[in-house]
Ligand binder design. Structure first.
Ligand SMILES: [Zn+2]
Length: 492
């Protein structure tokens, strides 16, 4: 259900990876392009349901990115005690008519939202500035010299260069990530301890270095082979690579960060209910493909989603979800996720993203040629196929991605809305009063994630990958083709 969590991607890792990873999520739409991840920080825009905003930002299984101002406010706000499981159970059954937050949470949610906004604007430029400094100070050419001195083999050079470069790029972002972690802990959104958090950062760095090495090696190979059309060949190559990462992510990368067990052994009744929704959707997801994840070791958020592709496709439900939501509410959240699946959001999202990347890569190719012509001497870059030119490509791609954000987020919000509608349709008749149940699910998600109760519309348009939760509640309560004698759009 809610978003967040996800693998690594850190710029370089993102840049190039923006391609390699675009939409490994349930709803192809959520770009990974996290133009904002920090060190291993992973932001996770993986789908998930209901909500989406802070998530993009401030939450994440393994934390998200960063900060801005540390105000005294934070200290005061963070003192409230979170609701106990019993209180949660009672609250979760309350009739919902619109999105509201209790007073203490309201102020926190507004504060988080402001920080989140500042980060979304600030981080990409901070990252571009870091890349510029790595070039200006001659670090990039130094890393190249060391890589070339160490070996004549290209792949070894790529590994050495990318390890050093990624370290130089991610370390200055670590304090930001740490600040965000501190803040989320103060707000009780996250409970992960510092040692565990730090260990996650190291693992993430390790993962992005491996992926970065492969992507960088592929990129420069394309540049050497075809100086004029490398952008096209790199783009083409990114498609199977992306599919491959979507495939191995739940098998190899996710277990590095969280514990997964068969859902059947934790909540067999839930498995039965999920199977009914699956059957209603005309899909077949056997119980062996349903997993329980021990999220409560790190966070207080709730989440449930479909991930993987082909043989790795699976359903994941976080233990926090089982604890904080009733079964009908979980079913709605799950129905939303099924919607992404059934409505083909993964292939559609991937297709649209690849089309966008086609354009961005071409523009990036033209821009990078210009920049390299002007600056290569000052930055000691020998040619476009010199490892040292990598930060140029990275910086340009980050900038283009930032500009394209409203487009990708618009697509994502559209898919999310469709999935909401699908969730309402697929649970209709299975759970009584399914619209109200959906509204309750959103309310719970909003409260747990501290979603902004009064967001700025322009900010939503540019930065949010999910619609505002208040709008989603309104839609859930109003949607009802059945009572009007109409037939539902997706689930007949
Ligand atoms: Zn979703």
């Amino acid at each position: 259900m809610t978003n967040r969590r996800r693998i690594a991607r850190c710029v370089l890792a993102c840049l190039m990876l923006a391609v390699a990873f675009p939409a490994a999520s349930t709803q192809g739409a959520e770009m990974y392009l996290a133009a904002s991840c920090t060190v291993g920080v992973s932001m996770a825009l993986r789908c998930s349901t209901p909500h989406g905003k802070a998530a993009g930002y401030i939450t994440a299984t393994r934390q998200s990115s960063a900060p801005a101002q540390m105000s005294a406010q934070v200290n005061n706000l963070a003192k409230e005690t979170p609701a106990s499981p019993d209180e949660h159970a009672q609250q979760s059954q309350k009739r919902v008519t619109s999105y509201t937050l209790p007073h203490g949470t309201y102020a926190k949610a507004r504060h988080l939202s402001r920080i989140s906004f500042l980060l979304r604007v600030f981080l990409p430029f901070y990252q571009i500035a870091l890349l510029a400094l790595i070039l200006r100070w001659g670090w990039s050419s130094k890393f190249r010299d060391w890589a070339e001195a160490a070996s004549t083999r290209r792949i070894v050079q790529a590994a050495i260069y990318s390890s050093l470069f990624l370290l130089a790029f991610t370390l200055p972002q670590l304090p930001i990530a740490a600040w965000v972690h501190w803040l989320l802990r103060r707000y009780d959104l996250v409970i992960q301890g510092w040692a565990s958090w730090f260990w996650d950062q190291i693992k993430t760095q390790f993962v992005i270095t491996i992926i970065g090495t492969l992507v960088i090696a592929g990129l420069f190979r394309a540049i050497r082979r075809s100086p004029r059309r490398w952008w096209f060949y790199f783009w083409l190559g990114s498609i199977p690579v992306t599919l491959f990462f979507i495939f191995i992510s739940p098998l190899v990368i996710d277990p590095l960060f969280n514990k997964f067990e068969p859902l059947q052994s934790h909540d067999p009744a839930l498995v039965d209910s999920l199977e009914r929704v699956v059957a209603r959707a005309g899909l077949s997801i056997p119980p062996e493909r349903m997993f329980w994840m021990n999220a409560s070791a790190k966070v207080n958020f709730v989440n449930a989603y479909v991930t993987g592709i082909g043989a790795s496709k699976r359903v994941v439900v976080w233990d926090t979800t089982i604890e904080k939501m009733t079964n009908p509410q979980i079913l709605f959240v799950f129905g939303h996720e099924m919607g992404h699946y059934v409505l083909g959001h993964i292939p559609k999202g991937l297709g649209l993203l690849e089309a966008l990347f086609f354009l961005l890569f071409y523009i990036g190719f033209r821009l990078s040629n210009r920049v390299l012509q002007k600056k290569s001497q000052a930055w000691q870059i020998r040619a476009p196929d010199d490892w040292a030119s990598l930060p140029v490509y990275g910086g340009i791609l980050l900038l283009l991605l930032f500009v394209a954000t409203p487009l990708t987020n618009g697509m994502s919000r559209y898919f999310e809305h469709q999935a909401d509608q699908y969730g309402l349709e697929v649970t209709h008749g299975i759970t009584p009063d399914s619209g109200q149940v959906a509204a309750q699910s959103f309310q719970i998600l909003g409260e747990i994630d501290m979603e902004d109760p009064a967001p700025n519309r322009l900010e939503i348009w540019w930065f949010w990958d999910h619609p505002w939760i208040g709008d989603r509640i309104k839609f859930a309560l109003e949607y009802g083709p059945w009572s009007k004698g109409e037939s539902p759009e997706f689930v007949k």
